[in-house]
Ligand binder design. Sequence first.
Ligand code: 5AD
Length: 407
Amino acid sequence: MDAPNQGVTSQQIGYALFMSDDDLERAAWFRRQARAVRSELRRIPATGKNADVSVDWVGKEERFLPAEQDWRKSALAAGGDAQASLWASAERVREEVFGKRIFVRGVIEVANFCRQNCSYCGMRRENGALRRFRLAREIVRRVINESLPPSVTDLNFQAGEDPVALKELVLPVIEEIAREKRLGISVCLGTVDHRLYDELRRAGARGYIIKLETGDPEQYRLLQCPGTLEKRLEAIQYLVRTGWCVSSGLILGLPNQTLNQVIATLDLLRSLSLSGCSVSPFIPGEGTPLSSEKAADLDQTLNAVAVLRLSSPRWIVPAVSAMNLCDSSGYVRALRAGANLATINLTPSEWRGDYQLYRRKRWIMTEERVLRAIEQAGCEPSPESWVAASSSFPSLASLLPASRSLP
Ligand code: 5AD
């Protein structure tokens, strides 16, 4: 497996935040390591003046929460003051790496046919109640040419796992827009033949979104996630190796999910040389075998956003619209917990309801809503695309040990 390329600095901040009195002495070690990373970050031109991940305050808050062997367990459960401190740290780390800029991506959901049968997803092949669609090329072209909001710097093409839509619709459209427009292009099209990944890249796509959902092989199998976990990991590694900016993710609050499964998933994700990672709250999806299960706890999901930011400061971590399904301020709160990408939904309204990941009734993020959320979080839209920004981050792998155990 490739070595992780995320800074370990903020991981240490996490330890410092959640460390016991007995661990105070060890904080000196964290500070020394953090200084090494900081001086390295200063030399990186792409991150400009924001490259300075200052950790002078590490050690000041270490008594804040009770000792826990793995700080992430305490962090996920944090409430009240502890939660406020966790989010503030995550926000600060985001700001030091990315400034106040939030990437704004437009998503077009181009088809809802799916050959997979994931038990949490409303687009699973066995959901016979869903009206299936594939948009015509002309419709997609029209969205891009006539109704692209000015704040959008990236376009993301999303579909169920549908190689026909990939070949006949997504590929030719990407070829066209890569020639004609200055936009970062990413796709979320499932696990397909390697040849198709290569064709998409040749056409001009740079980002691939491919979630793990869970890093526990048995849970992965029980949830009927695509193929096997091993095959999914192989696909991710192939994409990373062939130069894609890869973003993955997990679902939090899945039925019967244990804290150890979450931590193991976070560890696995950190080991994958990703550019970004999302955390989606589990929503019991209509027309799925899990429709009567309990929804995820939003606070825990947002704490997981903060953990992703602290563990991997340079990751692109999206605020996902499902967060707003749980709570109408979910999106803004995700940005306040360290997320740095927002998505505007560009799917024409006639088809949106049928792109049913969770339920038919959706919370649609329009440009107006996204810009308001960014403003409410005290941030501004980024003029740069996330795939361009991710491509310019060099690896820090050699700087620090990747291990999460205390020295
Ligand atoms: N709850 C949370 N996330 C879900 N997704 C699909 N169904 C659900 C659900 N019920 C997310 C998964 C998937 C992406 C397309 O949507 O992360 O990869």
